[in-house]
Design a protein around this ligand. Sequence first.
Ligand SMILES: Nc1nc2c(ncn2[C@@H]2O[C@H](COP(=O)(O)OP(=O)(O)OP(=O)(O)O)[C@@H](O)[C@H]2O)c(=O)[nH]1
Length: 355
Amino acid sequence: MAKDVTILTGFLGAGKTTFLNALLGDRPQTRFALIENEFGEEGIDGGLVVRPDVDLVELSNGCLCCSLSNDLLDVLEALNDRRDSFDELIIETTGIADPASVAVPFLMLPRVLRDFHLKRVICLVDAELIEDQLRDTEEAIGQISFSDIILINKTDRVSNTYLNSLQDLLRGLNPFAHVLLGHKDNYPIRELMALERDTAGTASVATLRPVPAQPGLSPVQATTQPHSIVPFPSKHHHHAHSDLVSLSFRFAEPIDLTQIYHRLTTLLLFDGKDLYRIKGIIADPTRKERWIVQSVGRTLTLTEGADWQPGEPRITRIVFIGKRLKPAGFEKLLRHCFAKDPQKPVSRLPPTPNL
Ligand SMILES: Nc1nc2c(ncn2[C@@H]2O[C@H](COP(=O)(O)OP(=O)(O)OP(=O)(O)O)[C@@H](O)[C@H]2O)c(=O)[nH]1
């Protein structure tokens, strides 16, 4: 029997990985295979997946919807070879992917159709930022208009009145999609996973029908999983059909967490217009745990991650995504954050706003 596939899309920082973790936590009995695609050379999201038993394949350094389509076919073939070890496949696309291109093999290629069944395409929408994203980028509209289900996320960040008008806007952009609401502490997972695209429908006119509900548990909290790292020089990557670029950095030098927090906050405040996303894992020698730094819009957050394991290389990895980003400036900023005295006592972290 063909394995069910869910494609998870949505603009940079919409909350895909956070939602994915809630979904994985909600279905502990289901064995998931997961393809994590990231725009930058540095895969950060794979390290944020909560369930260690997930069969995780990371495809970084490009976007599945353009340069990596052959890689996707190779991965699907490899997954099919071990099809007895998982029940369902989830693909988390990059925040700038065109989900239609990712879905094509599942709709068109007989050998993929035989082994995999595209059950739904879910688009997460950042309730607070989507109007800006629709105005400033080409990608958000493509993601919304192709998806079967639109999950308006981060509803905790906007008023109910605004949510009503946002729903109207999104229904106007894609009248065929189901529009649901949620936020990181309360997703409509059962309702959402009870919907599937009509197998007879096409991508743009998907209709949804309910499938039997599965028993579920409450979502779990996100933590990080340790994984191995191969050092590589700083690089940057151009998306094939966009003016967005990603800059990826990796440093073995110890980083001062307080310093990087202040410098990135200042950067976002005064020069953040074209910077859509920061994601990183920070190694500060004065702390036993890794720290996750993230920005969406102008908001920067720091979250405590898992402890570094004995002998594990403490490498800082950070990705910036935006327009007109200059590698030299970011490298300089990061170099200013190298810890001068790794032995110095732990400084107090500034409080981070709770997104
Ligand atoms: N307030 C609020 N913050 C959220 C919600 N969902 C996610 N976030 C925060 O938004 C930020 C981005 O979340 P991610 O889940 O990493 O977003 P993503 O879509 O996977 O990001 P990319 O893979 O870079 O495109 C994180 O700091 C999350 O904690 C939500 O419902 N409410």
